[in-house]
Design a protein around this ligand. Structure first.
Ligand code: ADP
Length: 485
């Protein structure tokens, strides 16, 4: 299953110049599954050389030709769905069914942007002088650096890289050190699909701060696209200032999940299960604060807790497992710290609340009630299988609570009142609102946050614009102005 453990630069598989490697572990078992090339910052810069050299030739191909290569990549990813899914589960632990879903979801961006490549339009504008003609065209930004996280090792790459390639950019991908193997397999399939050497590169390495800093300091890199923590995103924002790079940042969230007393409670429980426990709670759009209106609070807590208690925990590679391990010790420690803080301040554990016997990184799916805004889990992303439930009384109260955070990625609301649904949609200070649904991700819609959750949008009709520059041309026709009257 593991074909490549070296970085992919200029279409060639390369080891670190020092020969160093780092271990990739299966979080479900703690076993080392591969030793991967540990590139230095200097090694990583050779990927920028390759990407810079390849970019202009790639941009000069017709959109139809670029689309054809993307479509082949899409087909190859789908034909390798099972192998990719097993690799995802092996290196980051999510249940195999979710990994298969991720391959489909990730591939859908490649297909979407293969189509969008052919729909990059310009404009002509009525000129301000009779002798002139004005036109507006779009050109690729140039070399793109994509820094991606471990929670969706495949989809976070295709969501960034497909629009960049469709637009005529070349890319240097720096995948998470937790999940480099899926990225390397994607690169293998990209080479097979026919991307020219240097158009898609993957640099692997443990020292992400040094590699990131070197890539961003390079003035040939014109765009950085990042998904990860807000702290690292802010750092990359600051680093990008020196060379005024374009930026897309998809950072942390603190998603409110609001259940009004007029909601369909069964649908809300079902939505909360999917929204909270997908990927063991390790997504940036996971419900991080569940607000339930007082009239249905007790009913919701008991129905939801019964469902959570029945979740199957274990190695994601085993059939029937719904909740895999946390990614690493830091992830587990954060979950435990948030829970301990909430309990110390008076929250009540309804189900779970302890580590799980399945292995060192497993936590039992947990529901805590009576959570209040002062608690740590109200202010930060827990990123684990812990569902905190808050009680509220009025619509205006919950809107204020939901917006009382520096984050603004995804929010969810359940109500059967149409006026209330629109008031909430308009009032929630979030880039994405799920109304009566807990699942919002799709390649056809723009994904992204406001406030400290980030900049830019991925997917949908807006996704490709992030990788295009607008160019304005003012053409003087050399006419006598009098003759034009
Ligand atoms: P998470 O907590 O989800 O792992 P991070 O923001 O730490 O989020 O990591 C997301 C990606 O950013 C990973 O590829 C990681 O290697 C990379 N990364 C972490 N720190 C830095 C940094 N200082 N500069 C550049 N990239 C970084």
């Amino acid at each position: 299953m593991i074909e490549h453990t070296n970085a992919c630069i200029n279409g060639v598989w390369v080891a670190a110049s020092s020969g160093a490697t780092f271990a990739v572990e299966n979080p479900a078992t703690g076993q080392t599954i591969a030793q991967v090339a540990d590139l230095s910052a200097t090694d990583a810069l050779s990927a920028v050389d390759a990407a810079y050299t390849a970019q202009s030739g790639w941009a000069k191909r017709t959109a139809k030709e670029r689309a054809a290569v993307l479509r082949r990549w899409h087909q190859l990813i789908l034909s390798e769905q099972e192998a990719l899914a097993q690799l995802i589960t092996l290196e980051m632990g999510k249940p195999l069914a979710e990994s298969r879903g991720e391959v489909n979801y990730g591939a859908s961006f490649v297909e979407w942007f293969a189509e969008e490549a052919k729909r990059i339009y310009g404009q002509t504008i009525a000129a301000h002088q009779p002798t002139q003609r004005l036109l507006v065209t779009k050109q690729p930004v140039g070399v793109v650096v994509a820094i991606t996280p471990w929670n969706f090792p495949l989809a976070m790459i295709t969501r960034k890289v497909s629009p960049a390639l469709a637009a005529g950019c070349s890319v240097v991908i720096k995948p998470s050190e937790e999940t480099p193997l899926t990225a390397l397999k994607l690169a293998h399939l990209a080479i097979e699909a026919g991307f020219p050497a240097g158009v898609l590169n993957v640099v692997t390495g443990l020292d992400a701060p040094a590699i990131g800093e070197a890539l961003i300091a390079d003035s040939r890199v014109r765009k950085v696209t990042f998904t990860g923590s807000t702290a690292v995103g802010k750092r990359l924002y600051a680093q990008s200032a020196a060379t005024v790079k374009k930026l897309s940042l998809e950072l942390g969230g603190n998603a409110p999940f609001i259940v009004m007393d007029d909601a369909d409670i069964d649908a809300a429980v079902e939505g909360a299960m999917l929204c909270k426990f997908r990927n063991a709670g390790q997504t940036c759009v996971c419900a991080n604060r569940i607000f339930v209106q007082a009239g249905i609070y007790a009913d919701f807590v008991s129905r939801f807790s019964a469902r959570v208690a029945a979740l199957q925990v274990g190695d994601g590679a085993h059939a029937g497992v719904e909740i895999g391990p946390l990614i690493n010790r830091d992830g587990l420690a954060k979950v435990e710290a948030h829970l301990a803080d909430a309990v110390a301040q008076g929250a009540r554990v309804e189900v779970g609340g302890t580590r799980h016997s399945a292995g060192a990184l497993f936590f039992t799916p947990t529901v805590v009630s009576g959570v209040t805004p002062q608690m740590r889990m109200a202010q930060e992303e827990t990123f684990g299988p812990v569902a905190p439930i808050y009680c509220f009384n009025t619509e205006s109260e919950v809107l204020a609570l939901a917006n009382a955070t520096p984050y603004g990625l995804a929010a969810y609301c359940y109500t059967r009142n149409l006026g209330r649904a629109f008031r909430m949609y308009e009032g929630l200070e979030y880039g994405i609102v799920g109304m009566n649904t807990g699942i919002i991700s799709t390649e056809v819609a723009p994904f992204g946050g406001v406030k400290e959750s980030g900049l830019g949008r991925e997917g949908g009709p807006h996704g490709i614009d992030e990788f295009l520059e607008v160019k304005y041309g003012c053409f003087d026709l050399g006419l006598d102005p009098e003759e034009c009257r």
